[in-house]
Design a protein around this ligand. Sequence first.
Ligand SMILES: Cc1ncc(COP(=O)(O)O)c(C=O)c1O
Length: 377
Amino acid sequence: MGDPSNTLPRLNPHIAALPLYNAGMNIAVARRVSGIDDIAALASNENPYGCSPAVKSVLAQLDPSRYADPACVTLRAALGRKLDTAPERIVVGNGSEEMIAAVCRAVLRPFATVVTLVPGFGLHEIESQANGAKVVKVGMTKDLAFDVDAIIQALRKKPAILFLSSPSNPVGPAVDSEALSRIIAAVPKETLLLLDEAYFEFSDETTPDGLKALADADISYVVLRTFSKAYGLAGLRVGYAVTSDERLARAISSAKTPFNVNGAAQLAAVAALQDETWMRQAVTAMKAERDRMAGRVAALGMFAPKSQTNFLFLDIGSDSMSAFDHFLSAGIIVKPWKENGFESFIRVTVGLPSDNDRFLDALARFKGDASAVSVGL
Ligand SMILES: Cc1ncc(COP(=O)(O)O)c(C=O)c1O
């Protein structure tokens, strides 16, 4: 038998060196590891209420034998009407994560620099590195607010892309109108602003709508939104990019695979847009639960920045992996944070009230155990 390493092709060094994406643990794996059947999946910011019933009925119309429309014409027209934007400026992706990859592929040249935030959403860094770019990370303030001055400072170096997730994953806050205007005004013509609004629907009423804030701005931008969170379609993979210019949209389209959004996803997204009342009810319920959880977390004396998303980022005061094990042993999946300097944080998704209660009880036990250890009991 030959040596299998002899058959390894020469890999693209940018790809071979990529860090792994820190995906939440899968429910089947959690069942196997914990031996518990009833898992509370609170790691991936999904919608615990599922999706609109209109989505389920429209899926019966699917003809799996046909290729889906590669241009997503019906969905882009519906999005154009909703957002008051020309469909030619919209590109639909296999999740908004595919749009992050396609934007990087369309825009980045070898040795380009991009700016992202820390803590931040892993794919902003990973997709940039995959395209050979150097990633500069701007920290948040000590109390985990956006450091607008530091972002503006980083823009002076004219990076190819500024990635800004607002509301922030994993931290939770959103930039306010004044901060967003200052950032937009500081974006040089060489820089593309990628405003990732995956959690837009969960934000406060006073938080600016990025698309409106950018409408008259004379800069290149992409605003990302998704059907995975508020609309409850994470499993179907559909998100979209709204661009500042049709030519940018065409370049991003060329950088994706032609039949990237499958037929079920296209039908489902159109049906979901026709039933926004359902989405708004689910979001209202999740926001109320988020605020209830935040109150209990604060009462336990733990720090979690005020969230405008469907999750909380909390400092559990000890190693996030030991907390992950503690929650898993109670049948609860949370996301242990691993970025440098944030290894004592976990991110927990707002689930159904009963799952949130399980989490809060397990959190109180974790806190009790930790203080028992610290006083030497
Ligand atoms: C900030 C942010 N952007 C993009 C995505 C990608 O979402 P999707 O590909 O499901 O649309 C996520 C998913 O968690 C996210 O948190």
